[in-house]
Write a protein that binds this ligand. Structure first.
Ligand SMILES: *Cc1c(COP(=O)(O)O)cnc(C)c1O
Length: 427
């Protein structure tokens, strides 16, 4: 066997998969089953006691989902991964593993609107308190640290603004505070950015977006970087205290550098139940095979569209980190040197009304609340995804009244530009 380490595109096609041992099927089969027959009573006992790895019930493990988990762990350079029914379920699973009532975490205020809601409102009923910090003012993360801080959460490439975050600076603050850095890598994907190499301890994705890539299946995943010392910190009881339901084992001692992913699975997913369906795991796995090809086209198209809009008379401003004069360009060159992604915002002259006019007058672009599809997508955040936020929160999240967000697809770029020109002509 050669000692070569496979490249990213090879891993995207092959990692975690092998011809099916039972049938020889080359594509990963959809194991559409809820449960698995035990070999005998002893094997069943070993599975239930976490003394052996194997399948019991699809809420906890499934062979199709396991291929997806191995593949994303390989692409991110982590030790293990755990898939969920959606990106939000994955976020919930991460915090459920880390936090107890009364704990706090620090989050970037430049986030997906749904995450801002989840953190501000739903998490309150679990006694988890978010403290907001501003990635444009790195010191604000340091100022937010208290003795109850248990994690720091940022997006590598922030939705919807297309802002690139200085991961290494924030990782240094998290390290000093003795807490893990969680990076939502949904918009960048591991093809553009691998946060664990820049100090992240946990990576999370909405697989619903570029990873699946075709706008047809919901999913989420966490990746355990295997780099955080849970025992040294002593603040994470799920990982470091004996578990009564598993004969008193301490997960961190038994599972070492993938203990976080195990805890999130055998305690969190087991009890919270947000398992991905094997069918969706299969769809997303198929999408990931072409991730590098799609991202190349997405990025090239987005850059051409951003340049075109920048020169357009009806456009006030464009924020795309791939533009030479963008404030995030230097950080983008450091963390996402292959491209700045396909999601960015621009301001239409004429504010709220102009934004509404534009999204109502495009044809190729679909007006909807998603990103990361092969198709070009458009939305006016102030009237849709971010409407429940206060004006101040909207602006802080990069979603002011004139802001329009694009997720540039993989169609012919001339058609994409012509469609935007048609819409802008009506403004
Ligand atoms: C969509 C999205 C999420 C939530 O994922 P779902 O799969 O919709 O639950 C989280 N973070 C980012 C950056 C997203 O774009």
């Amino acid at each position: 066997m050669s000692e070569r380490r496979p490249g990213f595109s090879t891993l995207a096609v092959h990692a975690g998969a092998a011809p099916d041992p039972a049938t020889g099927a080359r594509a990963t089969p959809i194991y559409q089953t809820t449960s698995y027959v035990f070999e005998d009573v002893d094997q069943a006992a070993a599975l239930f006691g976490l003394q052996a790895f194997g399948n019991i019930y699809t809420r906890i493990t499934n062979p199709t989902t396991a291929v997806l988990e191995s593949r994303v762990a390989a692409l991110e350079g982590g030790t293990a991964a755990l898939a969920y029914a959606s990106g939000h379920a994955a976020q919930f699973g991460i915090f459920h593993t880390l936090l107890t009532p009364g704990d706090e975490f620090i989050a970037s205020n430049k986030l997906y609107g749904g995450s801002i809601n989840q953190f501000n409102h739903s998490f309150k009923s679990f006694g988890w308190q978010v403290r907001w910090a501003d990635p444009d003012d790195i010191a604000s993360f340091e100022r937010a640290v208290t003795d109850r801080t248990r994690a720091v959460f940022v997006e590598s490439l922030a939705n919807p603004g297309g802002i690139v975050v200085d991961l290494e600076a924030i990782a240094a603050i998290a390290r000093k505070a003795g807490v893990p850095l969680i990076v939502d890598n949904t918009l960048a994907t591991p093809w553009l950015c691998r946060p664990i190499e820049h100090g992240a301890n946990i990576v999370v994705h909405s697989l619903t977006k570029f990873m699946g890539g075709h706008g047809n299946s919901m999913g989420g995943i966490l990746v355990d970087g295997g780099t955080f010392d849970w025992a040294a910190s002593g603040r994470y009881p799920m990982l470091t205290e004996p578990r009564p339901e598993y004969q008193g084992i301490v997960l961190n001692e038994t599972f070492g550098n993938f203990a976080f992913a195990i805890a999130a699975r055998v305690l969190g997913l087991r009890d919270l139940g947000a398992a991905i369906s094997p069918f969706n795991a299969f769809m997303i796995l198929t999408g990931i095979e072409t991730l590098p090809l799609r991202m190349e086209r997405h990025c090239a198209n987005a850059l051409a569209v951003a340049r075109h809009l920048k020169a357009h008379g009806k456009v006030e401003w464009v924020r795309y980190a791939g533009l030479d004069d963008d404030p995030c360009h230097a950080v983008q060159q450091k963390y996402l040197p292959k491209g700045a992604g396909a999601v960015f915002t621009f301001g239409v002259r004429g504010g709220y009304e102009a934004g509404v006019k534009l999204v109502s007058n495009v044809e190729l672009f679909s007006h909807l609340a998603n990103i990361g599809d092969t198709r070009s997508l458009i939305i006016h955040p102030a009237s849709t995804t971010h409407r429940q936020l206060t004006d101040e929160q909207k602006r802080a999240a990069g979603a002011g009244p004139e802001v329009v967000r694009l997720s540039v697809g993989i169609e012919d770029v001339d058609d994409i530009i012509a469609d935007l020109d048609r819409g802008l002509a009506q403004v």
